[in-house]
Design a protein around this ligand. Structure first.
Ligand SMILES: CC(=O)SCCNC(=O)CCNC(=O)[C@H](O)C(C)(C)COP(=O)(O)OP(=O)(O)OC[C@H]1O[C@@H](n2cnc3c(N)ncnc32)[C@H](O)[C@@H]1OP(=O)(O)O
Ligand SMILES: CC(C)C(=O)C(=O)O
Length: 790
C-alpha cells in the first residue's frame, strides 16, 4: 500500500496551546534536574526477555555508582521476579541510605496492596501510581467518563495513602507519592490539571521539601513538537516530573524545553531504552548539561563500563552513532575533520599552557568534538580513524600520537599518499598499527625489522678548519669530516666524506663510495621526550643532485627520510640514509672491490671496509692510513695485487690480531687493578715476562693505561706514551667483546717511532692493556738490563 498523498485524511494534528506570554523559550538551563532511572521498570518491561534478578541487581548497582538517587526498581505486582527483586534489595541491605527506590502500580487495589507489600522495611520509597486520562483510553480502554476517571484516581490515591501510612507506622518508612496521568500528552490539558488537583487533595499531605507530591507528565506516546510539551510543564508547589518517550525522535528536546519551562525532575533510561522508540536518554541529557558547564550530578567518567552493563542486561546494542556513547561518535574519518581536530589539539595545547601561566580558565575548544572524550574515560585512540576519505592531517596526528613524530607539512603530504594508496587499493580502514607499520617500512624507521639496504652502524664527525685561502674576508666555516661504517646490502663498508656540515659530509661519502648523488632540499628537527631521555628527531627531503643548484632545488622528484637519535647529528644522518633508502629502491649499487698496489683504485676506506666486513673492526682513521701504507707496501713486494683475503691476513699478521702465540719481548700474563687514593688513581700489579724472565711489577697512573705505561717506562730507556686510544664493542648479547686500539709513541735518543696495537677481550680493561703491550712489542724499545733481586 502506498503512503497517503493526503495524510490529513487519516491523521489529526495536535491542538496547539495559545500562550502569548510564554517566557520559557528565553530561559537557560543552569541546574541539573532530579533524575529518576526507570531502566528497571519502563526499560525492563519493553524487553523481549525481561531481566533476571541477577541482571537487575548488577544494573541497580551500576545506577547507584553513576550517582542516581531515585531509581524505579520494579512493577512489583507484575511478576514474582519483580516482587522478589524488590524484596532482595531491601532484605539484602543493598539500598544506600540516600537512595529512594520507586515502584509503579496501576490504580487497582489488589495491585497497590501487593506493591506496597513489596516495600516492607525499606527506609525511603516512592510509590508511583498511574491511570490513563486521555479521551481514547477513557472511551476505549476503561469506558469511563471524565468524572469516573477522576474518581478512580482519587479512590486509589487514598488507598495508597492508607497503606503507606500503615507501613510508615510499622517500619518507619519515609514515603513520597508520585501520580501519573498516563497518556498526559493526549489528554486535554485542563482535564489533566483537574485530575492532578483532585489527586493532590486526596493525598492530603502534599507539603514542601521531601513532602512535595510528584506529578509526572508522561509523554506516553510523543504526539506533538517539544515546545508543546514544554508549554504544559507549569509548576505549583509540586515536583513537576517529565517522562518523555521518543516516538517523534524528540525525547531529548522535549525534556530540555520542558525543563526550561520549569519542570524539576526527569524520568528516563540509560541510552534511551524503553517502550517502542524508548524513554528519554538520561546519559544524553546529563552530558548535554555537562558540555554547557553544568554538573549533571551524575558520573559517567567510565562510560564504557556502563555501556557494557546496560547492553549485557538489555541484550540490545547501542547504535554506533548514539550521542556520546556510540562507538563512532568521537571518530573522524574525513580528512577535513581530522585536519581540524589535529589543529585544534595543537592550538589548545598552546592556549592551555598560556592560561596555566595567567591562571585563566583552560576551556575545551576543539573542532568537531563538543566534549573531551577523556572525561568519559575514552582515549583519543579512536578519535581519528583513517580510510580512503582521510587526509594528511589525521594521518600525521596518529603518527604524532603513536610515534612521537611531528612530521613537516610536505612530509605529511608525502606519507598521506602512501596511506591513501594502501587504503584505496585494499578498500579498508587503516588502523593505527597499519599506519605505524607503513610509516616504519616506508622510512626504514625503528629497528632491525624495518632496516633498509643502507644502515648506519657507527660514525664519527670531526671538524677541521676550512681552506683559509678560499675564504675571502669572512672568517672561514669549519669543514666536517664524516667517517662511518655502514651496512650496504649486508656488507659492512667504511665510507668517508667531507662537507660544510655532517649531512653534506655524509652525502659526499655516499657520492664517493656508492655513486649516489643527492642533495638536501629541506631539513627540520625537534626534540622527542623530556629530561635525560630526550632525543632528537630529524626530517630531510632529498633530491637528485643535478648539474646546477636551481634545477636541484626545483626537482619534481624527492624522497623524505626520518631519523631519531640521542645525538642531533646522528638523527640527521639517519634521516639522510632513510631518504636515500627510498630513493635507491632496488637499484644496483657498486660493489666493494679491492685494488691495492700498482695502478691502485682502492683508497684507505676500501681497505678499511675489508677489515670491518671480515673482522668487524672499525679502525680509527689514523690506523686506516697506517695499515693502508702497509698494504700498499705488501702489494708492491708481491705481484702488485692483493685480494680481499690477502688484506685481511695481512692485517692479522701486522698487528698479531687474534693469532695464537703472540711473539714479543714483553708479555702481560696476569694483572690486578686497584683504586688508590681519593682522586680515582689506579694501581696495576702485573705478572710480566720480560725477555723470557717472569717479573711481578707495580705501576701507578690516572687510569689503567697510564698505570701500565708507568711499569713499561720504568723498565726501558726512553719514553713510551699513548698517542691515540679508541674502543668499541663487537658482537651482541653474551658474546659481546671489547676491542681496543692503542697507538704508542716511543721517544728515545731524539727519535720518535710509533706503532699500533689491536686487541679484543671480553674485559674492556684487559683489551686496552693487551693492545698497549702489543704496540710496545711492535716498537724496538731499549729494555734496561735487569738487576737480580729487582
Ligand atoms: C505506559 C506504561 O508503561 S504503563 C505500565 C505498563 N506496564 C505493564 O503493563 C507491565 C506490567 N503489567 C502486568 O503485568 C499486567 O498487565 C498486570 C499484572 C498489571 C495486570 O494484569 P491483568 O490483570 O492480567 O490485566 P491486563 O494485563 O489485561 O491489563 C489490562 C487491565 O488493567 C486495566 N488497567 C490498565 N491500566 C490501568 C491502570 N493504570 N489502572 C487501573 N487499571 C488499569 C485495564 O483497563 C484492563 O482492565 P479490564 O481487564 O478490566 O478490561
Ligand atoms: C506509567 C507511565 C509513567 C508510563 O510509563 C508512560 O506513560 O510511559
Amino acid at each position: 500500500m502506498p503512503m497517503l498523498l493526503d495524510p490529513s485524511t487519516k491523521y489529526r494534528p495536535y491542538t496547539p496551546l495559545n500562550l502569548p506570554d510564554r517566557q520559557w523559550p528565553s530561559k537557560v538551563l543552569r541546574k541539573a534536574p532530579i533524575w529518576l532511572s526507570t531502566d528497571l521498570r519502563d526499560g525492563n518491561q519493553a524487553l523481549a526477555n525481561p531481566m533476571t534478578i541477577e541482571q537487575k541487581t548488577i544494573f541497580f548497582k551500576t545506577l547507584v555508582k553513576c550517582g542516581l538517587k531515585e531509581i524505579e526498581v520494579a512493577y512489583p505486582a507484575a511478576s514474582d521476579t519483580d516482587f522478589s527483586f524488590v524484596r532482595g534489595l531491601i532484605e539484602g541491605g543493598q539500598v544506600p541510605d540516600d537512595v529512594w527506590i520507586q515502584v509503579l502500580t496501576p490504580a487497582r487495589e489488589d495491585l497497590i496492596k501487593r506493591t506496597v507489600e513489596s516495600l516492607a522495611g525499606v527506609k525511603h520509597a516512592i510509590v508511583h501510581m498511574y491511570n490513563a486520562t486521555c479521551p481514547c483510553f477513557r472511551d476505549v480502554v476503561f469506558r469511563n467518563s471524565k468524572e469516573d476517571t477522576i474518581a478512580l484516581a482519587i479512590k486509589h490515591t487514598k488507598i495508597v495513602r492508607q497503606l503507606t501510612d500503615e507501613a510508615t507506622a510499622k517500619y518507619g518508612t519515609k514515603f513520597k507519592y508520585e501520580y501519573s496521568p498516563e497518556t498526559f500528552t493526549q489528554t486535554e490539558p485542563e482535564f489533566a490539571l483537574a485530575v492532578c488537583e483532585a489527586v493532590k487533595t486526596a493525598w492530603g499531605k502534599a507539603g514542601t521539601g521531601e513532602d512535595r507530591i510528584i506529578f509526572n507528565l508522561p509523554a506516553t506516546v510523543e504526539i506533538a513538537p517539544p515546545n508543546h510539551y514544554a508549554d504544559q510543564a507549569k509548576r505549583e508547589k509540586i515536583v513537576v516530573c517529565l517522562h518523555p518517550h521518543n516516538d517523534r525522535g524528540q525525547g531529548i528536546a522535549a525534556a530540555e524545553l520542558a525543563l526550561m519551562a520549569g519542570a524539576d525532575r526527569v524520568e528516563g533510561c540509560l541510552f534511551g531504552n524503553g517502550e517502542r522508540t524508548g524513554n528519554v536518554d538520561i546519559v544524553n541529557l546529563a552530558l548535554n548539561f555537562y558540555t554547557q558547564g553544568v554538573s549533571p550530578n551524575l558520573d559517567f567518567s567510565d562510560l564504557q563500563s556502563v555501556i557494557d552493563v546496560v547492553t549485557a542486561c538489555n541484550d540490545l546494542p547501542i547504535h554506533p552513532r548514539h550521542p556520546y556513547a556510540g562507538e563512532l561518535v568521537f571518530t573522524a574519518f574525513s580528512g577535513s575533520h581530522q585536519d581540524a581536530i589535529k589543529k585544534g589539539f595543537e592550538a589548545q595545547r598552546v592556549r592551555h599552557a598560556e592560561a596555566a601561566k595567567t591562571g585563566e580558565m583552560q576551556y575545551w575548544d576543539i573542532p568537531y568534538l563538543p566534549i573531551d572524550p577523556a572525561d568519559l574515560g575514552c582515549s583519543y585512540e579512536a578519535v581519528i580513524r583513517v580510510n580512503a576519505q582521510s587526509g594528511k592531517g589525521g594521518i600525521a596526528y596518529l603518527v604524532q600520537q603513536h610515534l612521537g613524530l611531528d612530521l613537516p607539512r610536505k612530509m605529511q603530504i608525502s606519507f598521506y599518499q602512501v596511506i591513501q594508496e594502501i587504503a584505496d587499493r585494499e578498500a579498508r580502514e587503516m588502523r593505527v598499527d597499519d599506519i605505524t607499520a607503513a610509516f616504519r617500512s616506508t622510512y626504514k624507521f625503528g629497528g632491525s625489522k624495518y632496516e633498509g639496504r643502507l644502515v648506519l652502524k657507527s660514525h664519527k664527525v670531526a671538524s677541521e678548519p676550512a681552506d683559509e685561502s678560499a675564504s675571502g674576508d669572512e672568517p672561514a666555516d669549519e669543514r666536517r669530516l664524516f667517517d662511518g661504517t655502514i651496512l650496504v646490502d649486508g656488507v659492512l663498508r667504511v665510507i668517508r666524506g667531507d662537507g660544510n656540515g655532517p649531512l653534506s659530509a655524509l652525502l659526499d661519502a655516499l657520492s664517493t663510495h656508492l655513486d649516489l648523488h643527492y642533495a638536501i632540499r629541506e631539513y627540520s628537527e625537534h626534540s622527542v621526550g623530556e629530561g635525560s631521555g630526550v632525543k632528537a628527531a630529524s626530517y630531510v627531503e632529498i633530491v637528485p643532485n643535478l648539474e646546477d643548484a636551481k634545477s636541484t632545488r626545483k626537482s619534481a622528484e624527492s624522497w623524505w627520510g626520518v631519523g631519531v637519535d640521542s645525538d642531533i647529528a646522528g638523527s640527521g644522518l639517519r634521516a639522510v640514509l632513510s631518504a636515500i633508502n627510498s630513493a635507491i629502491g632496488d637499484r644496483t649499487l657498486p660493489e666493494l672491490k679491492l685494488s691495492v698496489g700498482f695502478n691502485a683504485k682502492s683508497g684507505q676506506a676500501d681497505v678499511a671496509s675489508a677489515i670491518v666486513h671480515s673482522l668487524h673492526l672499525e679502525l680509527p682513521r689514523r690506523l686506516q692510513a697506517s695499515f693502508f701504507e702497509v698494504a700498499q707496501r705488501a702489494a708492491r713486494e708481491t705481484d702488485g695485487h692483493l685480494s680481499f683475503s690477502d688484506v685481511v691476513a695481512l692485517f692479522r699478521e701486522t698487528y698479531h690480531y687474534e693469532l695464537p702465540n703472540t711473539p714479543g719481548r714483553v708479555v702481560l700474563r696476569k694483572y690486578k687493578m686497584e683504586n688508590v687514593g681519593d682522586d680515582g688513581g689506579k694501581q696495576l700489579t702485573g705478572d710480566f715476562i720480560w725477555d723470557g724472565k717472569p717479573r711481578q711489577m707495580v705501576g701507578h697512573g690516572t687510569g689503567p693505561l697510564s698505570a701500565l705505561l708507568a711499569v713499561l717506562n720504568s723498565q726501558i730507556n726512553g719514553t713510551l706514551s699513548a698517542r691515540e686510544y679508541a674502543e668499541h664493542s663487537i658482537g651482541e648479547g653474551s658474546d659481546v667483546k671489547a676491542v681496543s686500539y692503542v697507538e704508542l709513541a716511543y721517544d728515545a735518543e731524539g727519535k720518535r717511532t710509533t706503532a699500533w696495537g689491536v686487541y679484543s677481550d671480553q674485559d674492556i680493561t684487559a683489551s686496552g692493556l693487551k693492545a698497549t703491550v702489543l704496540a710496545t712489542n711492535q716498537l724496538n724499545v731499549d729494555i734496561k738490563p735487569f738487576v737480580d733481586g729487582q
